[in-house]
Design a protein around this ligand. Structure first.
Ligand SMILES: Cc1ncc(COP(=O)(O)O)c(C=O)c1O
Length: 360
């Protein structure tokens, strides 16, 4: 069986050494030494000034909305994982979906301004599959209309734009370190901001709003992560380069074998390199996509219709909204299996099956 993804698992000895320290210290959570060490090493690795390690990428988004004190409407993309949208609703704001660009699959900045109303407080959008949004255009619109910007960078670990980390854009960026992500801590998330005042706000939010044992600074939540998750992150960080290289090799193999296949890849930001987090393709037609899914399934191979259906159509707690490209692309997009332990032979098999489905 070939699933769409499998987590990277570090050698057990690497994790055991870190566990040994946890047992010795008997410090399991509440910003322990491993969590602090992971934050320090990630800041260095990513080249960012401030960063917080939190429970997961969803709570990171909700904390970001809370810290910026957002109200009313938030402009967002329908082409993302549901956590982007649900975080907005959970924080009592209203998502305003704006269509995506048919080539990059990210929010189309040329359609943002017409969606802004007197109630709009922010733009919260996703670098989908790790492909950077048009950050310059979005930041320009945000400045003009005095809107805050949050980037859901759940897929964008290790991505740079114009030579700096994608996490440095917007007021706040968030990332997911869920087990399925290319760098993970089992469960986990990151919040990144350049603003020291926001960092202070966020670090109090992460710890129930505590300002010492008997005082409170703001409305907080439990956004902390444990030493066990930090240990998994630290163990994995030593392999991040190897993970990147293996995913690059597999991606290039797909590219080569699928050059005559009737599907296209999202157009990548021209001042950025891919992190190989996913292998999404947009099929020529939904019919061909469904034919391919069937043939792959018959061979115990499972990709994922990531992201289908469009969130602007499918959430029971929001009104359905037609959007030309989100509707169209979500029906034709598919992520092929991509993970560290996938072999070149398996990629070749997947490509052979796709070509066979196309040619039949
Ligand atoms: C775009 C996007 N945003 C947010 C999340 C939520 O992250 P987590 O699973 O760490 O809560 C995910 C998770 O898959 C995601 O893909």
């Amino acid at each position: 069986m070939i699933p769409v993804t499998l987590p990277f698992i570090p050698p057990k000895e690497d994790y055991d050494i870190l566990l040994h320290g946890i047992w010795k210290r008997q410090w399991l959570t509440n910003m322990g030494p491993l969590a602090s060490d992971l934050e320090m090493k990630l800041k260095e690795h990513l080249g960012v000034e401030h960063l917080l390690f939190v429970t997961n990428g969803t709570i990171a988004l909700q904390m970001a909305i809370k810290a910026l004190d957002l109200k009313g409407e938030i402009i967002t993309t329908p082409f993302t994982y549901v956590a982007t949208t649900s975080s907005i609703v959970w924080e009592n704001c209203k998502p305003t979906f704006v269509d995506i660009d048919q080539k990059s699959l990210n929010i189309d900045p040329s359609k943002i301004e017409e969606a802004i109303t007197e109630h709009t407080s922010a733009i919260l959008t996703t670098h989908v599959y790790g492909n950077p949004c048009d950050v310059e255009a979005i930041d320009k619109i945000a400045k003009k209309h005095q809107l805050k910007v949050i980037y859901d960078a759940a897929h964008a670990f290790g991505v740079n734009v114009n030579g700096k980390s994608i996490f440095e854009y917007g007021d706040i960026s968030t990332c997911s370190l869920h087990a399925t992500k290319l760098f993970h801590s089992g469960e986990g998330g990151l919040i990144i901001t350049k603003d020291p005042m926001l960092l202070k706000e966020l670090s109090h939010i992460r710890n129930f709003g505590h300002d010492g044992p008997e005082k409170f600074y703001n409305l907080g939540i439990n956004g902390k992560n444990s030493e066990f998750h930090a240990a998994m992150g630290l163990a994995n960080l030593n392999y991040v380069q190897a993970i990147h290289e293996q995913r690059k090799l597999l991606t290039e193999r797909y590219d080569q074998k699928l050059r005559n296949f009737k599907a296209i890849k999202p157009l990548w930001h021209k001042h950025s390199k891919p992190n190989y987090a996913y292998y999404p393709i947009v099929f020529e037609s939904e019919d061909l996509l469904l034919k391919c899914i069937d043939l792959l399934k018959m061979n115990e191979i499972f990709g994922r219709r990531y992201f289908y259906p469009s969130l602007s159509r499918s959430l029971p707690y929001l009104e359905s909204k037609p959007l030309k490209w989100a509707d169209n692309i979500s029906k034709r997009v598919f992520c092929l299996p991509l993970y560290f332990n996938l072999t070149v032979e398996e990629v070749d098999l997947i490509c052979r099956l796709l070509l066979r489905a196309q040619n039949n």
